[in-house]
Structures are given as C-alpha cells and as structure tokens.
Design a protein around this ligand. Structure first.
Ligand code: KG4
Ligand code: ZN
Length: 342
C-alpha cells in the first residue's frame, strides 16, 4: 500500500510517499523559517499563503524521486490537527483536491501521532511498549505508548512547551527564530554555573512540567542583573537555560520509566534534535540501563514522512479508516488521547 503524506500544520510544508512493503520512497520539505525570521516568529497568514505555493511543486518532486505516477498512490494522509487553522486548511484542501481528482481515499492524521511514531522510521526502531517524550514548539508530554493508537498521557506541561521556552528565551537573548538551535549553539560557548536558573517542578512528584517561570527567569537576568549584556554573558545565560531545561526533561523521563517499569524511551518532536538533551539522555541511559531512541534528525522537526507513515500504520490496522469523503474539516486543537478509540 502506497500512502502519500501531506504536512502543513505550522511553518513547514512536507510531502512524502511511504510504501508499507518498501518503506519510505521519497520525502520533500520546504521550511518557511527564513520568511518568518524577520518577524521573530511564525506569522500564520504568511504561513498559509506559502503552503499554497509549495505543496504542488513538492508533490511533483516526491513523485519524481520515487518514480511513480500519481495514480499509484493508494491513499492520501494529511495532517488534520493540531496546528494553525489556516495552514492546516491549505494542506487538507490540497490533499482532498488530489484525492477527489484521483479517486483515492483520505485519512486525517494527528500531527502528534506523526511525531510519536517517527522513531519507527529509523533503521533501529523501538518495539512497543515504550515511554515517549514529545517535545515540540507546541507540546511537552510524556506518554505511555503500547501500540499504534494506544497512547496514555502520563504528564504534560502546565504552561509553555519546552520548544516555546527555547524560542522565547532565545528572543530575549536577541537570537533569531527558531530559537532552539540558536540557543543550543550559543550555550556551547557558555560557562556552566555562572548563572543558575530554576528547574520548575523538578520535585513535583508527578510527571508534569512548567517552563514559563524559566523564561521569566531568563528575562530577569537579561533585563535587571546585567546592565549591558556582553556576548560571553549571553552565552553563559544560554548555557544556564539549556542546563536547566535538560535537567528537568531528563529527570521527568527517568521518573516516567520508573513509574511504568518500561526500559525503552523514545524522544520525538523538534526539541528532540537538541544536542545537549541527547547527550544527557544517552549518559542517563547508559547509567540506568535503558534504551533511548530518536527519530532521524531530519524527522525530528515537522515533515511529511511521519504523516505518511502514521497514516500507513493506521490503515494497516483499520483499512476502513480512509474514506472517499472529500468534505474535510481541520482540528487546530485536538488532544492526542481522543485518538485512542479512533
Ligand atoms: O516539532 P516541531 O518542528 O514543530 C512543532 O510541532 O512545534 O518543533 C519546533 C520546535 C521549535 O520550538 C524549535 O525551537 C525547537 O523545536 N527546536 C529545537 C532544536 N531544533 C528545533 N530546540 C532545541 N534544540 C534544537 N536543536
Ligand atoms: Zn511538530
């Protein structure tokens, strides 16, 4: 079964072809980062307009890469939510328009399910069950994953997502958008311990997170403790920020493994690309004897491959999940646990 995946939930247009027998045949991505950079964040209207421009050329590219005609596609999976309403609508309308023209069944995919299953695209995929840390720009959640569609929420952020904290703190330090990679690079030059930032909810005895206080602490340091912040101070603050956020993420992952008794941890979502987080998790895994799995770097952030893959996994389990129904609707807010019975 050949599934075309279409991702357009935020600022990346991703198209991909996943074949249940031969794996990922092709994927192509266009990132709008350069366009949004000058505004310091994603401008939803511009994002939607750009998805319109990119979707069809990317489709042509993946068909060419895979050397298959459009007609070879068996089903079309598109990101139905959560995400920016206008951006989602573009992907859904392109996908459903294609489906109607080609007479193919459609399947709306949950963006976070795409992230959650993306490590299964790697060469050494984890077996079920596992604990998953989903860390993106919009979400920070710990889940127990027993199989495709079997997700139990263990804990989540009570305010900002980890990626959001990276982006907002980077902005306070005058770094570009997206802030995650920028602050992570700057932190490499920082000295540890010059500044100490709080580790919110580290000892909360549950698996929830809170990151808005951390961002406020960065603001306090930047605005009040340093009159004219120099480059080395910025690097020191970046280092303190990364150390704090990594400490909290690692501690909560360890607590989730202990609570569930599981020995496999999966990291998914954009912040999963973070080098310091990976180093700390790898060290913890060696010490505490569990295994940690990551998606390929290119599939940590938003992409079409994870949507094609999640769609294909669902269709293998429930062939009726895809329908020749082209009257789509998108779900900008869509809790992942509502998927369980889908
Ligand atoms: O999963 P994703 O591409 O989009 C969402 O679904 O949100 O994640 C984007 C987030 C942004 O907040 C970005 O700053 C963060 O992931 N990110 C990183 C890194 N690469 C991306 N954060 C820390 N370190 C990175 N290397
Ligand atoms: Zn995402």
């Amino acid at each position: 079964m050949l599934v075309l995946g279409v991702e357009s939930s935020c600022d990346e247009t991703g198209l991909a072809l996943y074949d249940t027998q031969n794996g990922l045949l092709a994927h192509a991505l266009y990132s709008q980062v350069a366009m949004h950079e000058e505004y310091g964040g994603v401008v939803p209207e511009l994002a939607s307009r750009d998805h319109v421009r990119r979707a069809i050329p990317l489709l042509e590219l993946v068909l060419k890469q895979a050397s298959v005609p459009c007609s070879a596609v068996d089903a079309i999976a598109y990101t139905q939510g959560p995400g920016l309403a206008g951006a989602l609508l573009v992907g859904a309308s392109v996908a459903c328009g294609l489906g109607l023209a080609l007479d193919k069944p459609m399947l709306g995919v949950h963006h976070l399910e795409g992230h959650l299953l993306s490590p299964l695209l790697a060469s050494d995929p984890p077996a079920f069950p596992f604990v998953a840390l989903l860390v993106s720009g919009g979400h920070t959640q710990l889940m127990r994953v027993d199989g495709v569609g079997q997700y139990a929420l263990l804990g989540e952020t009570v305010d900002d997502a980890a990626g959001e904290a990276f982006d907002k703190s980077a902005k306070l330090l005058g770094l570009g958008y997206p802030g995650g990679p920028a602050i992570s690079r700057l932190a490499e030059f920082g000295d540890p311990g010059v500044f100490t930032l709080p580790r919110p909810m580290l000892h909360s005895k549950d698996l929830n997170f809170s990151f808005s206080g951390l961002k406020t602490a960065v603001l306090t340091v930047v605005k009040t403790r340093i009159a004219n912040i120099c480059e080395q101070d910025k690097a020191n603050v970046a280092r303190a920020f990364v150390d704090a956020i990594v400490d909290v993420l690692v501690a909560k992952c360890l607590a989730a493994l202990k609570q569930t008794g599981l020995k496999r941890l999966v990291i998914a979502g954009g912040v999963g690309a973070n080098r310091q987080l990976r180093e700390a998790l790898n060290a913890a895994a060696e010490k505490k004897r569990f295994r940690v799995f990551y998606p390929e770097l290119e599939f940590c952030t938003d992409n079409g491959a994870m949507i094609a893959f999640a769609g294909a996994m669902r269709l293998q389990m429930h062939p009726d999940a895809a329908q020749r129904d082209y009257s789509f609707n998108v779900r900008p807010r869509w809790p992942l646990d509502e998927l369980r019975n889908a």
